[in-house]
Design a protein around this ligand. Structure first.
Ligand code: DNO
Length: 362
């Protein structure tokens, strides 16, 4: 298990790498060039400026999250080929800088979606919150506004420039149903996977968050059936998943322990976090602690330890605790607590396993 920590860059994060250095067990930083507009090529010199800085703190830079996919590719429109070529160029440039895994998603228009960024929890902290009913009645423009205003820092996937084109984007998606989106994903993968494979990069698709359709837009990476279909598209070792317990697990029909059992071997990267799901379909993010939410985090880590999972793992969104002012979900403190919980579980399960091995040999 290779513990990593997501960080947004020198001038786009409240957390510093000196601070991350003090969290036990962190080997790498999950990074991205957040200033490059979606669809443009990531230039070699910009990549190196970032990786060399991060590496100067002793961290590896093996994982990028995310190289976002331009809407033209998801729509399969006339500019699609140009953006696919750009994506390939970015893959090659990242490989040259030693990157091993690229996380990406294929969600139309919106990335992760919440209705509140700082929802109060009983313990006095705040966390990201999703109110199902509200999303069903909300004008998507208001949601973009809320999310953009929630932080002084750029929130990836919620680029303000999207606001300007939102109506056009909705129009363009009128003709794209789930099947069409799958076809567009298939086309994208068939184009980029050979390049990724030739350059030693694993592509790791992130599940849709939440894993169901919102605002009438199709969403297709929602559960086990999506994973099966993805694997049928290509058996390239570069065709992988980002296993995200909090995203896929927000639908209680997805048993994340079973997902880990069946698919961890295809997930070079995993995001581990908990959510508490309410009967009406709302959910709130919680601490990583199993008992605080609806997802069996303990069971997931047990399963990963059983498989001796050697992928990259990061704690995911945390609560905002101890008065910390930070980008929504990405403070220092609760994610550090999350790491200690994951490491504790991992070590305990690993040593149990060693005992079993010793028992079976005697
Ligand atoms: C939210 C994240 C997502 C994720 C992308 C991956 O905090 O989990 O924004 O990075 O969907 O492409």
């Amino acid at each position: 298990m290779n513990i990593t920590f997501r960080w947004y860059g020198r001038d786009n994060d409240t957390v510093t790498l000196d601070q991350v250095k003090q969290i036990p067990g962190v080997k790498g930083i999950v990074w991205a060039l957040h200033k490059v507009p979606v669809g443009e090529v990531w230039k070699k010199e910009d990549i190196l400026a970032e990786t060399e800085y991060i590496q100067s703190f002793g961290f590896h830079t093996d994982v990028v999250e995310s190289v976002n996919v331009h809407e033209s590719i998801k729509l399969g429109d006339k500019d699609c080929s140009r953006y696919i070529e750009n994506y390939k160029e970015t893959i090659r440039n990242l490989a040259e800088a030693g990157v091993k895994v690229i996380c990406y998603n294929f969600m139309p228009i919106f990335d992760w979606t919440r209705t509140e960024m700082f929802h109060p929890l009983e313990d006095g902290s705040t966390a990201l919150f999703y109110e199902k009913e509200k999303v069903e009645h909300l004008d998507p423009k208001d949601l973009l506004q809320t999310v953009s205003e929630a932080s002084d820092l750029t929130l990836p996937g919620w680029e303000p420039e999207k606001m300007e084109h939102i109506s056009d984007l909705f129009d363009a998606y009128k003709d794209v149903d789930e099947e069409q989106l799958w076809r567009n994903l298939e086309h994208f993968l068939k184009e980029i996977l050979p390049v990724a494979e030739a350059n030693g990069i694993k592509m790791a698709i992130h599940p849709d968050d939440p894993p169901w359709s919102i605002f009438g837009l199709p969403r297709i990476i929602t559960g086990e059936a999506s994973y099966e279909r993805l694997l049928k598209i290509s058996d390239s070792p570069s065709n992988g998943f980002t296993m995200c317990t909090g995203s896929m697990g927000a639908n209680p029909a997805n048993d994340m322990v079973q997902v880990a059992r069946k698919y961890a071997g295809r997930a070079p990267f995993s995001h581990i976090r908990n959510v508490k799901i309410f009967e009406n379909g709302d959910f709130t993010e919680t601490s990583h602690y199993t008992q605080d939410g609806s997802i069996d985090i303990k069971g997931v880590v047990e399963e990963l330890s059983r498989q001796n999972y050697d992928g990259y793992m990061r704690p995911d969104h945390g609560r905002h605790i101890w008065g910390e002012k930070c980008r929504p979900g990405y403070g220092l403190y609760d994610r550090a607590l999350g790491i200690m919980y994951l490491l504790g579980l991992w070590d305990a399960y690993r040593s149990e396993r060693k005992d079993e091995e010793i028992d079976s040999q005697t």
